[in-house]
Write a protein that binds this ligand. Structure first.
Ligand SMILES: NC(=O)C1=CN([C@@H]2O[C@H](COP(=O)(O)OP(=O)(O)OC[C@H]3O[C@@H](n4cnc5c(N)ncnc54)[C@H](OP(=O)(O)O)[C@@H]3O)[C@@H](O)[C@H]2O)C=CC1
Ligand SMILES: O=CCCC(=O)O
Length: 291
């Protein structure tokens, strides 16, 4: 199966590498073209523009930072829309809001192409290990055709119906995750300031009802003030912002998420945007601190 892949950041690089490892023919494009080189060493071809990739491939996947990047790659000069046509599918796996996804879907469909949104749960390591959770919505036939690729990139795929449902599900999940990270950070600070050992807190948490892979993975690094970027904080803040907008649209009051968003915004303004999102711990610990 020949697929195009647009966007070779933390996630896109790992996902496209997995496709190559499993025998897919992959043509890659990245805004910063030099990032394509490592993939080429592993057998990928390069497309000079998103349009060139779409022209060459029946299926093209995108994994881009945010709504403005997703719109730009689809709509701008040399973008996806220039070459999408009947018989071709476009699968956007970026985390965006439902409106962005719907705009892209509408224009792809007008040109005769098929569209699927398919954001993912899971971070750098699950992407490397092909263990993502795929939250797809849109054209069911394209979903069925994409299953061989999804099976390589993920451990489970959900088909959630009409375009927008995948985006919304992803934002709900990340809203919960961002709020949990803030509560976890407060707990680590409270343990420390009240004279408890933080490692013991991690051990206690890991044995109880609120044990979870995120605390287990990030906790030991956080207590060492170490935040190697797996999920960049700027993207978590984008997801909190988009989830809060979804809350506004649906008149859902989310004071916990709103307070968490403030902490992520503060962390961004202090220079932690490219650190892992667990760096929000720095703000909870010492709001006056800077990176
Ligand atoms: N990291 C994670 O744990 C997870 C991330 N996600 C989501 O996946 C998406 C990608 O995340 P991740 O790989 O971590 O992000 P990165 O910041 O590592 O990569 C972002 C990618 O988007 C590209 N990009 C940014 N702006 C533009 C633009 N205007 N035009 C074209 N390309 C652009 C970048 O290109 P360039 O290299 O040129 O900057 C890069 O390829 C995001 O939506 C994120 O929320 C979802 C699940 C987990
Ligand atoms: O969007 C990023 C999600 C990160 C994760 O699920 O661990």
């Amino acid at each position: 199966m020949e697929v195009g892949f647009l966007g070779l950041g933390i996630m896109g690089k790992a996902m496209s590498m997995n496709l190559l490892r499993h025998g897919f023919k992959v043509t890659v494009w990245n805004r910063t073209l030099s990032k394509c080189e490592e993939l080429v060493e592993h057998g990928a071809s390069i497309g000079k523009t998103p349009a060139e990739v779409v022209k060459k491939c029946k299926y093209t996947i995108a994994m881009l930072s945010d709504p403005s990047a997703a719109l730009s790659v689809a709509f701008d000069k040399d973008g996806v829309l220039e070459q999408i046509c009947s018989g071709k599918g476009y699968i956007d796996m970026s985390t965006v809001d439902a409106d962005t996804s719907s705009k892209i879907s509408e224009e792809i469909t007008k040109k005769g192409g098929c569209f699927l949104e398919a954001p993912v749960s899971g971070s750098k390591k699950p992407a490397e290990d092909g263990q993502l959770i795929i939250l797809a919505a849109g054209e069911k036939q394209l979903y069925d055709e994409a299953i061989p690729a999804f099976n390589v990139m993920g451990k489970k795929s959900f088909f959630l119906g009409q375009v927008g449902n995948g985006a919304k599900m992803k934002l709900v999940v990340n809203m919960i995750m961002g709020s949990m990270m803030n509560a976890f950070s407060e707990g680590l600070v409270l343990a420390d300031r009240s004279g408890l050992d933080q490692q013991t807190l991690l051990d206690v948490l890991d044995l109880g009802a609120i044990a979870n892979p995120m605390f287990k993975l990030k906790g030991p690094a956080m207590v060492q003030n170490n935040y190697p970027p797996a999920f960049p904080l700027k993207h978590q803040q984008k997801d909190m912002r988009l989830a809060l907008a979804l809350g506004d649209e649906n008149a859902v009051s989310m004071p916990v998420a709103a307070a968490s968003n403030e902490a992520f915004k503060k962390a961004r303004s202090l220079g932690f945007e490219d650190h892992d999102f667990s760096a929000v711990y720095e703000v909870v610990k010492a709001p006056e601190h800077s990176a």
